[in-house]
Design a protein around this ligand. Structure first.
Ligand SMILES: NC(=O)c1ccc[n+]([C@@H]2O[C@H](COP(=O)([O-])OP(=O)(O)OC[C@H]3O[C@@H](n4cnc5c(N)ncnc54)[C@H](O)[C@@H]3O)[C@@H](O)[C@H]2O)c1
Length: 408
């Protein structure tokens, strides 16, 4: 991915000149409205502004927190605790330490070992011990710096300690910027299934600093692409059309392959915007929010089947979406079953077709939260951008698994 250093520096400089946007929006939430901001190298300035707002306006109605807030999160912050992905700390240690000094965080950071296995009750317990050992108060924010694993884990820690301390997300993966840092879902996995233990916990802010993406490996770019494609399929087809150019036009996925950073930022932010729109409309998933699970019913089952370590979340979701597109085409006949085929070559799956056992997968799906009684309900597409919840029988699910098997 990385070419000669001289060329890199030059292209970085020219990108930086052209890449000066700060995009922001407010996500409405019952737990307090919160800002989602995006830009390159913005983390320090955004944190400073956030700290000042909390000093200046302890209880009030400033621009980023509307009338919905009911927690104590408008009080001035008192120190902070940083929860950081191990790989992010290794690659960005100077920056993390600078942020730590800037916000007066406690000296010890809580390091989350990379990978899905860290989304566990035992890691959560260690995290809670860390927060209590540092005597957090209800005014001590937890600052989560990492991908969806760190965000989900840190969020669940913040939701539980003292019945809720403030939470600030600094997502560092494409997937976390596009999706997981927004919407307030936090949690860990259980032996019975994915994300089965957790809580809704509204962050005070989501700060997407795109500079972190410069160190993200190609496999993680592709992993994050899946959630953007999902948002495109359910809500805005142009995201899928543009992904074609952003991801397939210019060599191996990664920061170096982003030809037009502004366009990339707009594309990514549009995805975050869709997540904001849907989650502010249906925060607690009594309706529309379930559509964000397109591809996830089978995806979660596959993640579980392979022990949460052989398939990335986004990879499993991509395979799940292939199955869900097949079912959508079968049931409604409007969306092409092969709509994601142009992206398939980007994915390298570490599983063999014969390992995908249909009956085990169906039994794992039955444990998914999206079930209704004994029937597995899928998010399917009546048409592009028209998701719906649909019960599907086992015979048809088996056919969809065959399609997935053939795509491996
Ligand atoms: N809460 C939600 O609404 C929601 C939504 C979607 C997904 N999720 C969850 O998100 C998780 C997946 O998130 P993810 O894909 O970000 O995985 P992740 O957090 O495991 O990160 C992926 C990998 O990238 C590394 N990494 C992170 N940032 C990096 C950087 N800037 N440079 C180099 N390496 C970096 C990590 O060490 C890890 O190895 C899953 O557990 C999924 O269930 C949650």
């Amino acid at each position: 991915m990385f070419k000669g250093a001289g060329r890199n520096e030059k292209s970085e400089r020219s990108k930086r000149r052209r890449f000066m946007n700060r995009l922001s929006m407010i996500n409405r939430s019952a737990g307090g409205d919160y800002p989602v901001v995006s830009g390159a190298g913005i983390a320090e300035a955004e944190l400073e502004a956030l700290w000042h707002r909390h000093l200046r306006d302890p209880r009030g109605s400033h621009d980023s927190h509307g009338s919905h807030g009911s927690r104590d999160s408008h009080d001035p912050y008192d120190r902070a605790c940083i929860v950081v992905d191990a790989e992010v700390l290794r690659l960005h240690e100077d920056r993390i330490r600078a942020i730590q000094m800037q916000i007066g965080a406690v000296e010890e950071v809580f390091v989350v070992p990379s990978g899905e296995s860290s989304k566990s009750l035992s890691m959560w317990e260690r995290g809670v011990d860390y927060l209590l050992r540092h005597q957090v108060s209800r005014r001590t924010p937890v600052v989560a710096v990492g991908g969806g694993v760190t965000g989900d884990l840190a969020g669940f820690m913040a939701s539980a300690v003292l019945r809720g301390v403030p939470l600030i997300h600094i997502p560092t993966t494409l997937l976390a910027m596009a999706d997981s840092s927004i919407g307030g879902k936090t949690g860990v996995n259980h032996a019975s299934g994915k994300n089965l233990i957790g809580a809704f916990h509204t962050p005070d802010a989501v700060i997407q600093d795109l500079d972190f993406l410069k160190t993200l490996p190609p496999r993680e770019w592709v992993n994050g692409l899946s959630e953007v494609l999902k948002s495109g399929l359910i809500a805005d087809r142009t995201l899928v059309d543009d992904a074609g150019e952003i991801f397939t036009g210019n060599g191996e996925p990664g920061w170096e392959a982003v030809a037009d950073p502004d366009r990339f930022q707009t594309w990514l932010f549009r995805c975050a915007e869709i997540k904001c729109e849907i989650t502010s409309d249906d925060e607690f998933e009594s309706g529309r929010r379930a559509f964000l699970n397109f591809g996830h019913t089978m995806g979660h089952a596959m993640e579980k089947m392979f022990g949460y370590n052989r398939l990335r979340h986004g990879e499993a979701v991509f395979l799940g979406m292939i199955g869900a597109l097949f079912l959508s085409a079968k049931v409604f006949g409007r969306v092409a079953a092969d709509a994601l085929d142009p992206f398939a070559r980007l994915y390298e799956f570490d599983i063999r077709p014969e390992e995908l056992d249909t009956s085990s997968l169906i039994s794992y799906m039955a444990l998914d939260k999206k079930r209704a009684g004994s029937t597995v309900r899928f998010v399917l597409l009546e048409d592009w951008e028209k998701p719906t919840l649909q019960p599907v029988d086992s015979q048809l699910i088996a056919e969809a698994v065959d399609v997935i098997r053939r795509s491996l």
